[in-house]
Ligand binder design. Structure first.
Ligand code: IPE
Length: 247
């Protein structure tokens, strides 16, 4: 099984509120069609969920956020999710929409439900989930990032490979020269970024990728604008991006 995160920076235009990059999503779907093994998709919020989370000052910490914000963030994620599902359908994939409320209780994944995701993927359907605003309890809510979902799913499902499709070639050791780090083994790269968003941008992704690779799985950061790189990586042909080697 392959676990793939479609980052908000690749599926939306982060500079422009509520704008999906439909052509890019279509191209990603076309490439995913070439993968001959079970896949699970997680997608981010980009200029949908993040845009509203910022507006309503909502974060990953469990708090009593503005309920209007919770409703609006959730609604915007459904809207973006629908665009992804429509693109998958159009490109002859069979997506199976799974909002995170289907397998999360508070801020914890429900193991039994997560294991079911694997069975769904093995049937040939493609489970599609996403970062979202979630109910925590005692009138508190929080923003669950798709990156965190990747770690939860990886821990339970032990995929062969975890892929983060980004709007960059991978992790750069230096942002100015865009010098790409091809491989990381356990160590944390010192990167010079960071444009922050509510769930922590690239820093969060690297943090989750390190966690997953420490659990023994390979994690691959790839440019989603070149989706054939995803196919090549899955087919073990060539890794053009940053590989976090699982130990
Ligand atoms: C964010 O998910 C979800 C919301 C803000 C509701 P992510 O944190 O995974 O989104 P991206 O990939 O960074 O845009």
């Amino acid at each position: 099984m392959i676990l793939i995160k479609l980052g908000g920076s690749i599926i939306t235009n982060k500079e422009k509120p509520l704008s999906a990059r439909r052509k890019t999503i279509d191209n990603l779907a076309k490439s995913l069609k070439k993968i001959q093994e079970p896949i699970v998709i997680v997608h981010g919020g980009g200029s949908y969920g993040h845009y509203w989370s910022v507006k309503y000052d909502m974060h990953t910490k469990e708090r009593k956020y503005d309920l209007r914000g919770v409703a609006i963030v959730k609604n915007s994620m459904i809207e973006l999710n629908k665009i992804i599902l429509d693109s998958f359908l159009k490109n002859k994939l069979n997506p199976y929409c799974l909002p995170p409320t289907d397998f999360m209780t508070g801020n914890k994944p429900i193991t039994k439900k997560v294991k079911e995701i694997e069975r769904i993927a093995k049937s040939g359907l493609i489970p599609v989930t996403f970062g979202d605003a979630l109910w925590y309890g005692q009138n508190k809510t929080f923003i669950l990032s798709g990156d965190k979902i990747m770690t939860y799913l990886a821990k339970i499902l032990k995929p062969k490979l975890c892929i983060f499709a980004l709007n960059e070639d991978g992790v750069y050791s230096d942002l100015k020269s865009k010098k790409l780090i091809h491989e990381l083994k356990g160590e944390r790269p010192s990167i010079s970024e960071n444009k922050m968003d509510v769930t922590g941008g690239m820093t969060r992704k690297i943090e989750e990728a390190s966690k997953i690779s420490k659990m023994g799985m390979n994690v691959f950061f790839v440019n989603g604008n070149k989706p054939e790189r995803i196919v090549k990586a899955v087919k073990n042909r060539k890794f053009e991006g940053t590989m976090f080697r699982g130990k």
